[in-house]
Design a protein around this ligand. Structure first.
Ligand code: ADP
Length: 508
């Protein structure tokens, strides 16, 4: 709760006086709460409370922490008040807050019977001197700071009940204001205030000198309180809107994924029968020796292959988004996979020459087909995005427990700012001059596959200067690396294999 200005106004007048030397005479049954920001302020306030009591011959009971006892004693001594004689005469009783609290706490709550018996007894003995009794209690504050707010409120209630006993006493509590910061304390804070007959705001307000100053402070508080309340309400409204929007977006995303998955499955069936029919047609035409029609059939095949690839990319995306992309792990020779893939891609194109340099001599644990898919994607992109060049270079090497495959082209290149973004889903770099076919998902899939194999995929490029895509994979076995590192990788790969197996099982 924000301190409502009315509340501050209602108390400020009297409470202010309380801090004026000797002005306060607590009523016998008054239950006052003092909020404070700093310990110095509390010590001064408590010191004044004790001194006033002793000067008027009252009996003072102080239930405080060891640190506060010590500081108050020092403070009072500096003021010329020595507590020892008062203590000897029974006019001053110092009790340790933690110890006293533990005497009547049962299972995290104050036990009413024990409290009444223990504290009631102490007060009765003090009252036996025949003078009014005043008590300072810090046990409620300890419970509050401990996060046991319910027990603190309960203890305040027990103190109130006790004040109705045959020996009425003035009770003074103090809470650090820092323990109430945050909206979640609003209700409990209001309850604490309600449990007291008198509330003293912290030193920011009680140290103001004149009525005029206090009125100004209250006005400022009023303005602050209403601004904060308005802001909180606005934020809450925005949060609610956001929550609704997010839920709607999530729903839309789920529907989109379901649609992609369903559409790609639906598209697969007619493509499969189209492929079947082209094969039958090819066999028939071969016997009729019609080269022109056979050429058309070849072109149909190429288009069907493209369509099949697009559909399987779409299927992969939907599987990735639902965490269902399966990997079938084997241990294989990376150089062999790269050589094979380069040959296959080269066989299908006449525009570029793909050069293969170096070797990794690496054994890799992973899904051979999926890693081949990554390489095909990098190679077809290199060809697609370098329409004026004739060469693509694939380099292999091993270093630091990694096998690295890079694909360099001499094509259009990519702006530095876009180099990270091209691995995002559906991201394509806009080209004002040339339109390149594609959906912007190949690199996203490739990146996910490499990451799932514990590797890295990135690009170094500049607009107009070609691009080099790098892909690293952890080595499983390589004669050139130390055996201890091999073992570490083995165990790393074993964990990864286990993970993949679990995912595969989930996929099935
Ligand atoms: P797309 O099907 O559009 O090629 P990708 O995910 O494979 O989808 O690539 C994303 C984008 O990254 C492409 O649209 C293109 O703008 C850029 N890109 C990918 N490879 C290259 C490359 N070798 N040279 C230049 N730009 C590239």
């Amino acid at each position: 709760m924000t301190i409502t200005p009315n509340r501050v106004r209602a108390f400020s007048h009297r409470e202010h006086e309380y801090h004026q030397e000797g002005a306060h005479r607590p009523h016998r049954s008054e239950h006052t709460v003092q909020f404070y920001e700093t310990d110095e302020f509390l010590v001064r306030s408590l010191g004044r409370f004790i001194r006033e009591g002793l000067e008027t011959g009252e009996s003072c009971i102080v239930v405080a922490t060891g640190a506060h006892h010590q500081r108050v004693e020092t403070y009072l001594l500096a003021q010329g008040v020595d507590l020892h004689p008062a203590s000897k005469q029974g006019a001053y009783l110092a009790l340790d807050a933690e110890e006293t609290l533990s005497a009547f706490m049962v299972a995290g709550s104050p036990d009413p019977a024990r409290f009444t018996s223990i504290i009631g007894d102490i007060i009765e003995r003090a009252a036996a001197r025949g003078h009014p009794v005043r008590v300072f209690g810090e046990m409620v504050a300890l419970l509050w700071m401990d996060g046991n707010q319910a027990a603190a409120i309960e203890l305040e209630r027990l103190w109130n009940d006790l004040r109705d006993n045959p020996y009425p006493f003035a009770l003074f509590c103090a809470y650090a204001m820092g323990g109430f910061v945050g909206n979640k304390y609003s209700a409990a804070f209001a309850e604490i205030c309600r449990q007291h007959s008198s509330v003293i705001p912290d030193e920011n307000y009680t140290t103001l000198g004149s009525e005029e100053e206090r009125q100004r402070a209250v006005t400022l508080l009023q303005q602050k309180a209403s601004s904060i309340e308005k802001e909180v309400a606005e934020r809450k409204a925005v949060e609610d809107q956001l929550r609704v929007a997010l839920a709607a977006q999530r729903q839309l995303e789920e529907r989109k994924n379901a649609f992609i998955s369903m559409a790609s499955h639906e598209l697969k069936t007619p493509i499969t029968s189209l492929k079947g029919f082209t094969q039958v047609l090819r066999q028939r035409l071969q016997t009729q020796a019609d080269p022109q029609t056979l050429l058309f059939l070849d072109r149909m095949d190429v288009q069907l292959k493209k369509l099949t690839n697009l559909i399987s990319d779409l299927l992969d995306i939907s599987k990735m988004q639902t965490g269902m992309l399966a990997f079938r792990e084997t241990i294989f020779d990376l150089d062999e996979l790269v050589r094979e893939t380069v040959e296959n891609v080269q066989a299908a194109i006449t525009t570029h020459h793909i050069r293969l340099r170096g070797e990794t001599q690496a054994q890799i644990a992973g899904d051979r087909d999926r890693l081949g898919q990554v390489l095909i994607n990098l190679l077809t992109n290199a060809i697609k995005y370098s329409p004026r060049a004739e060469t693509v270079i694939v380099r292999l090497r091993s270093y630091d427990g990694q096998a690295e495959v890079s694909v360099q082209d001499f094509g259009i290149g990519i702006d530095r700012e876009q180099c990270e973004r091209i691995f995002e889903q559906f991201y394509q770099v806009a080209d004002p001059v040339h339109t390149y076919p594609g959906l912007g998902i190949g690199l996203y899939i490739a990146h996910t596959i490499i990451e799932r194999h514990g590797g890295r995929l990135w690009v170094e490029s500049e607009k107009g200067a070609g691009s080099t895509f790098y892909c690293t994979l952890p080595l499983l076995k390589n004669g050139s690396v130390a055996s201890s590192s091999c073992e570490q990788r083995e165990s790393h790969n074993a964990t990864r294999r286990e993970k993949m197996k679990r995912e595969n099982r989930a996929d099935e």
